[in-house]
Design a protein around this ligand. Sequence first.
Ligand SMILES: [Zn+2]
Length: 234
Amino acid sequence: MGLADLHMHTIYSYDGTASVPAVLTRARQIGLDVIAITDHDEIAGSLKALELAPKYGLEVIPAIEITTAEGDLLALNITEKIQRGLPLIETVLKVGEQGGFCIAPHPMAGGFGMKSLSAYSILRALRNAEVAQILIGIETYNATAIDRMSNHYARILGNRLNLAQTASSDAHVVEAIGLGATEFDGHTAQHLIAALQNGDVQQRKQKEWNSVRIIGSWAANYVGSAFTRLANAA
Ligand SMILES: [Zn+2]
């Protein structure tokens, strides 16, 4: 079985704290086969990871977390940024034009400035046959969502939909990578994409972090990451 974490952030996100090499090192250490770096409305870190990945012995699917008008959306297997603030259906179709696919992350989760897709938005979008070919996954386990009930609601919705159910970390600090992960037959990104298209994946869950730990670790790391950001910007 292969193991993938398809939702995590780096310093290329306004709220991430980890550098791309630190993410790749950690992902390798904990035995992930495939990862996707999904910075908010920014793809530069993901493309850098794609370039560096062979040195680390793992595969990267280039990706982005897009702020749509209706909430966050993970877009994978694309290499160009997509405009934020568009309606969900229009955004998904743009991802499809690039040959990519989408996963609805932390559906219905709120709190801490988080904007998530509602069940209504997801169901309405899936009625569009073209969208249903592209929006193939729903994240029903998010290891670091501050809204503690959201995984429960996401699972109820996911069980009623014909979508692949993924587990992800949504890590904003390096130690959180892999706390939620998705198992699939095979080891490569291609195997994983095929498994997602068939809805044939399993969730691997580590213990969820509580909100004190999520915010505490983020704050501690954020200060340190300021120096890396400055060095990167120079
Ligand atoms: Zn995220």
